[in-house]
Design a protein around this ligand. Structure first.
Ligand code: PAF
Length: 258
């Protein structure tokens, strides 16, 4: 039976009772989909206790409209987590996690000022700050992050190493629909036609010979492209469709050269 915690104090009481157990952790912002389910399943298979957080973190949104329209589906999320066998779900409020406002934050260095770091000012500090807070209250042995948010995964992995946090960050492969579209909470915001078109993001990443060609395919399909870059052996892109920001990436090795 899944237990739900709304305050940090109640959760910390519970956490004390779990001392000595192997703890796996999946941080989320809710609006759960098959991608999250795969993280929870992997965590379930590798941990005695599965902890999930659901928190739409205001500090990582640089656009207040984006924060406002971020999908919130708590009842469905809790039902899904129960069916997946999650043990503990923490659903804190912003004042619980930020009791003194956004007073202290983790600032990544200038090397992160590319891609998400360049196009979403405040996003990476917001993610790092909330992940540090969550790791501090959950104190998990392992934390599971999807490869879809590849730069986030890299920055969190580096932060954990830099601050000697005793949690292993486990990267998990992107879950895709049959069309190739990466599972994302933001897909819920697309019209059915745009959702079909959105699969071009994956196609353009995997089929084009280079980033410039990826960009040209996306332009032709009506995307408003922010970036297409190759780093860390991946080709990564961010682009808008119907005003919804989508990101994806693929290993360069797997790109089908035409
Ligand atoms: O990837 C997400 O859902 C969020 O960025 C995270 C890691 C839960 C932090 O708010």
């Amino acid at each position: 039976m899944t237990q739900v915690w709304h305050t940090v104090a109640d959760w910390l009481d519970r956490r004390r009772a779990l001392t000595g157990r192997s703890i796996g952790f999946v941080p989320t912002m809710g609006a759960l989909h098959r991608g999250h389910a795969s993280l929870v399943q992997r965590c379930r298979g590798e941990s005695e206790i599965v902890v999930v957080t659901i928190f739409v973190n205001p500090s990582q949104f640089n656009d207040p409209k984006d924060l406002e329209r971020y999908p919130r589906t708590l009842e469905n999320d809790l039902a899904l987590l129960e069916s997946l066998g999650a043990d503990e779900v923490i659903v804190p409020t912003a004042p619980e996690l930020y009791p003194n406002g956004y007073g202290f934050r983790v600032e990544p260095d200038s090397r992160t000022q590319v891609m998400e770091g360049a196009y979403r000012p405040g996003f990476l500090p917001g993610v790092m700050t909330v992940v540090l807070k969550l790791l501090s209250i959950v104190r998990p042995d392992r934390a599971y992050f999807g490869e879809k948010d590849y730069q986030q995964l890299k920055v969190v992995t580096d932060m954990v190493q830099e601050f000697f946090i005793p949690t292993k960050i486990i990267p998990c492969p992107t879950v895709r629909e049959e069309s190739g579209l990466a599972a994302s909470s933001r897909n819920m915001l697309l019209s059915p036609e745009a959702k079909e078109n959105a699969a071009w993001l994956f196609r353009a990443l995997t089929m084009a010979a280079n980033p410039a060609e990826t960009r040209a395919i996306l332009d032709a399909q009506g995307f408003v492209v922010e970036y297409v870059e190759e780093r860390w052996g991946r080709r990564l892109a961010a682009a808008y469709l119907e005003g919804v920001r989508l990101i994806d990436n693929v290993p360069v090795m797997e790109i089908k050269r035409l």
